[in-house]
Design a protein around this ligand. Structure first.
Ligand SMILES: Cc1ncc(C[n+]2csc(CCOP(=O)(O)OP(=O)(O)O)c2C)c(N)n1
Length: 667
């Protein structure tokens, strides 16, 4: 595109105003608001403004989705975030995207006619896979739901060159190029990641050069400080993406200030700083648009920013008592619990999961099932067997081998209105997804309820048929009970699994759904199919036996270990918690107040295990009723070993549990 064309296609006075507004805001923050302590974290965008303002001008489709990062304020302002809201965010006030919960520049924004900006993450690199999920959702809305309103929509992820070394970048790159998704990597390369030079993020310091031979990726580059060149290349990139071509655009920009306010940039030479100042995009824009009355524009920008500061300062601070709000959805479930049918065919736990999922998929076309091997193969555990044949490849599909990508893309899909049901093949393999799991759980809290990421993540856990090993036998539920914002189901039988799966799919919170491998097709966990309407509320323990002498609290496969251990004993009341977030504290306390004795049994390791939480609750709320010290039988702090006699030392056995029961009963 020639300079003339790029001039005529773009509302340059508008771009000039946006760049000036952002620049003025940064300067006032740097000179007044941050030194006075009014803005605690200041991230200057000086040098990045032009490229971002130009990009925002293209994202006018109501179903465009973007993920931004902490240097994206010019983009936010250009996409419709009012100055006063941006300032309120810096001041940690109400009336801002996070209502004072998150760092001011960590933004989110529901569509104000154009682009939706998904909740940003403070984790560098975490922005890429949610945008990939949005791009997948565009395809889903078009092809599965037949919604023409999504035609022509696109996804963008913005990031610095440092972020391209992070896992999330590569996960997203594989997702969008293998699926040819309408996705733009918008890379603002300012040559420094705090102090680390680009040559450590990619060999030769130019990722675009290195990706030129990457299949199915359109690679473009431009000087992001040159108005004509940047405008032309950004327009070209957007056009290619809207035509269905995944694209990476590397824009060379400058970071005129430190990484944050306190960064003195001692790691840059004087020559480097000088060269950066010469490439200041504001100066270049002035030269490019000599006919504009820059002095008046500057005065207008200053007046606007000053009045926004006044408006933002007048906003109330958040109420301290509201801080725990929005961790979970506050709406009540919109279904009535129905009793189970008793005359259905007897099903394995895994069949019950599949059947519940399928019946909900029939009712809700927004449910998408995906993960490694879940498509043609039907899952390595068979949970999704034949589902792809029934529901099509659009709804049941394989993914690349990347758990970070699986969960990250689920976040973007959820934001775009789908209900993702990803599978993580084994509990241990959720490790690479930790960043996205943590971020997904807190989306609602971080945005003060404006966004959420409801999804149901199915994870087979624990040892299988009395065989174990360190990689496939982890249960590790305690980690997830500590992972904010997640519900956690751990059913022990087929009927509970069906009821909890249905409740999970009809709820509004993200759910981790544990399927114990030893129970998937065990006879003990088999139950009559409870019916297509059966739902089991979270937080309601099952009482498997009644007694007055001892309360046993357990869940998952340990339910059967405890039942076997208690065989022939009188007075043992066994509670199956069924869900650990929330957990049924009231039933446990009521039982302990009746029996005066309690044993907690779990397969997870001892230190920091969930038994500790239960026992703490008993100690503080049922202490006066206790007639014996509360006991626990758990795995020791060890991995599950492969050798069977070693394994018997780790996984609690009925014999060990019985010994503790006998000890307590005799106490
Ligand atoms: C996962 C993670 N690691 C480290 C950090 C600390 N950190 C914040 S910004 C940053 C540099 C990022 O540089 P780049 O992606 O090039 O963007 P720029 O700041 O230059 O715009 C680092 C290391 C972080 N926020 N997240």
């Amino acid at each position: 595109m020639t300079k003339k064309n790029s001039r005529s296609n773009i509302n340059w006075p508008h771009i000039a105003r946006l760049v000036l507004a952002s620049r003025t805001l940064d300067e006032i923050e740097e000179q007044e608001l941050t030194p006075k302590g009014k803005v605690a974290y200041q991230f200057s965008a000086k040098g990045h403004e032009l490229a971002q303002a130009l990009l925002a001008g293209h994202l006018t489709h109501p179903h465009d989705g973007a993920t931004a990062y902490y240097r994206s304020r010019p983009f936010m302002l250009a996409s419709g975030l009012p100055l006063a809201e941006a300032l309120a965010a810096g001041f940690a006030k109400t009336g801002s995207p996070s209502e004072g919960r998150d760092v001011g520049v960590v933004y989110s924004m529901r569509s104000r006619g154009g682009v939706t900006v998904l909740p940003a993450s403070g984790n560098v690199g975490a922005q890429y896979t949610p945008a990939a999920g949005w791009a997948q959702a565009i395809r889903y809305h078009q092809t599965v739901l037949g919604d023409k309103a999504w035609d022509g929509a696109m996804a963008v992820a913005m990031g610095g060159e440092g972020s391209t070394a992070a896992n999330g970048f590569w996960a997203a790159l594989n997702i969008v190029t293998t699926r040819s998704l309408p996705y733009l990597f918008f890379i603002e390369d300012n040559a420094f990641a705090i102090s680390v030079r680009a040559g450590l993020q990619t060999p030769g310091a130019n990722l675009a050069e290195n990706l030129k031979c990457y299949r199915n990726l359109n690679v473009l580059q431009a000087d992001g400080t040159d108005p004509a060149e940047a405008a032309a290349r950004i327009a070209e990139a957007v056009e290619a993406v809207r035509a269905g071509q995944p694209t990476l655009l590397r824009l060379k920009v400058v970071r005129l200030m430190g990484h944050t306010f306190i960064d003195t940039q001692a790691y840059k030479t004087d020559e480097e700083r000088q060269a950066e100042q010469e490439r200041d995009p504001l100066k270049r824009l002035r030269d490019f648009l000599p006919d504009l009355d820059w002095d008046s524009l500057k005065r207008e920008a200053e007046a606007e920013v000053r009045s926004a500061i006044q408006a933002a300062e007048a906003l109330p601070d958040p109420e301290p008592a509201t801080v725990t709000r929005h961790l979970f959805a506050s709406v009540a479930a919109d279904w009535q619990p129905a009793p189970p049918q008793a005359d259905g065919p007897r099903l394995n736990l895994i069949e019950a999961v599949r059947r519940a999922l399928e019946s909900e998929m029939t009712l809700n076309p927004r449910i998408a099932v995906f993960g490694e091997d879940v498509g043609v193969k039907g899952g390595v555990h068979g949970a999704t067997a034949h589902m792809q044949e029934k529901f099509g490849e659009g709804r049941v599909f394989d993914t690349s081998l990347n758990e970070d990508g699986i969960i990250g893309s689920a976040v973007g899909m959820a934001a775009a209105g789908l209900l993702p049901v990803p599978e993580i093949q084994f509990r241990k393999y959720a490790d690479p997804a930790t960043e996205q799991l943590n971020d997904a759980g807190t989306v609602r809290w971080r945005t003060a309820g404006k966004f959420a990421a409801p999804m149901v993540v199915r994870i087979p856990v624990g040892y299988s048929k009395k065989v174990g090993d360190p990689w496939h036998s982890v249960t590790g539920e305690a980690v997830f009970t500590h992972t904010l914002g997640w519900r956690l189901a751990f059913p022990s039988n087929a009927a509970d699994a069906a009821g909890l799966m249905r409740a999970a799919l009809r709820g509004a919170d993200p759910v981790l759904f544990f399927e114990h491998r030893a129970l998937l097709d065990s006879a003990a966990a088999r139950r009559p199919w409870p019916g297509d309407g059966y739902t089991l509320p979270f937080g309601a323990a099952g009482r498997l036996s009644e007694g007055e002498a001892l309360t046993v609290v357990t869940w998952g496969a340990m339910v059967y270990t405890c039942l076997e251990a208690a065989a022939g004993l009188d007075g043992v009341e066994i509670l199956d918690l069924r869900t650990l977030s929330p957990w049924d504290k009231e039933s446990v306390l009521a039982s302990v107040r009746k029996t005066g004795k309690c044993l907690v049994v779990h397969e997870d390791t001892l230190t920091g295990g969930f038994a500790g939480e239960i026992i703490a609750a008993i100690a503080s709320e049922a202490f006066e009723w206790l007639d014996a010290p509360v006991q626990r039988v758990t795995a020791p702090d060890s991995l599950v070993p492969y050798n069977r006699s070693l394994m018997a030392e780790v996984v609690p056995t009925p014999k060990k549990v019985r010994q503790r029961m006998d000890w307590l009963l005799a106490y």
